[in-house]
Design a protein around this ligand. Structure first.
Ligand code: BDR
Ligand code: CA
Length: 300
């Protein structure tokens, strides 16, 4: 089973992704979680990530804090209007007892890479992962793949006409990732906007006898993205069920010129020798069914 690290900024859809990745039936092993500033400042995403893993019955899983601000650009404001005041759609989780982290996200990932191949799964801005590659390029051979949620290759953006949030929030970091000699799978708006969480589907999760599913339903009711897309859960679903997706091998570059139309845009050029598979087709019903099944497989 491949060893996966999820780098996240919870975030309602991040929270659902962590649930899916915690399923005992999953095809991969979630070995750790790192938090990055994005949807909310780092202290909030880190707190939410720790609280979620404790809630999911994994209080022992390593959860480490990564970058608290983008590499070059100004930090972006928290998007409470989409993810709620606490980032989890207003759903309150009991906070774990604060303990002093023993290491940083970067130190943790370096250590994990020294113990065997790792699949990195960023579902927030790419700052921490870019800083990791800059600081410790020797880890590159141990990264078997980066499977990321971010970008918009052949569809419009969701923050600007051209840019998707995770890339726009730190385009310089995204450029480092797309330039790195590592195999990548880009799960951008091209596919995630096709996977909406319709109200009727959310209500199928609201099973009073299942605390995890109930929490998922409550968080999703407080999720206020216009599209209601299950962006981030597509990453763990892809690891479990790549057959639900299809894509095209491309070369991808990122617009980093502040003020330009393409700032934060992912420019994808189909190229059989490119190092990024840009997903563009998805069986949305299959993804929703897998998300629900994974959530119901978790302890109630
Ligand atoms: C991405 O932006 C965030 O708000 C979501 O958590 C997701 O990672 C979608 O553009
Ligand atoms: Ca996210």
């Amino acid at each position: 089973r491949l060893r996966a690290i999820i780098d996240c900024d919870p975030g309602v859809d991040d929270a659902i992704a962590l649930m899916v990745a915690s399923s005992p039936d999953s095809e991969f092993e979630l070995i750790g979680v790192t938090a990055v500033a994005g949807n909310l400042p780092l202290q909030d995403t880190f707190r939410n990530a720790r609280a979620l893993m404790a809630f999911l019955g994994r209080p022992d899983l390593p959860v480490l804090a990564g970058a608290d601000r983008p590499m070059t650009r100004e930090p972006v404001p928290a998007i409470h209007h989409i993810h709620g005041a606490n980032g989890l759609g207003g759903y309150e989780l009991e906070m774990p007892i604060a303990s002093t982290p023993t290491k940083t996200a970067i130190e943790y990932i370096i250590e994990a890479c020294s113990q065997g191949p790792v699949t990195l799964c960023p579902i927030g801005p790419l700052t921490t992962i870019a800083q990791l590659l800059a600081k410790a390029p020797e880890v590159i051979p141990a990264i078997d793949r980066i499977v990321l949620m971010g970008g918009a290759a052949f569809v419009p953006g969701n923050v600007t006409q051209t840019a998707e949030f995770n890339i726009w929030a730190d385009p310089h970091a995204a450029a480092v990732i797309f330039n790195a000699p590592i195999e990548k799978v880009m799960i951008g708006l091209d596919v995630t906007l096709q996977v909406g969480a319709e109200p009727s589907w959310i209500e199928t999760l609201a099973n009073p006898g299942h605390r995890t599913a109930l929490a998922a339903a409550a968080m999703l009711r407080g999720y206020n993205s216009g599209s209601m897309a299950l962006h981030d859960p597509c990453v763990p679903v892809f690891l479990d069920r790549p057959d639900l997706f299809d894509g095209q091998r491309c070369r991808v570059s990122v617009g980093t010129e502040d003020g330009s139309d393409g700032y934060g845009q992912t420019f994808a050029t189909p190229d059989p020798s490119g190092d990024t598979i840009v997903l563009n087709k998805v069986d949305a019903d299959g993804v929703r069914a897998h998300v629900a099944e994974a959530i119901f497989s978790l302890g109630d």
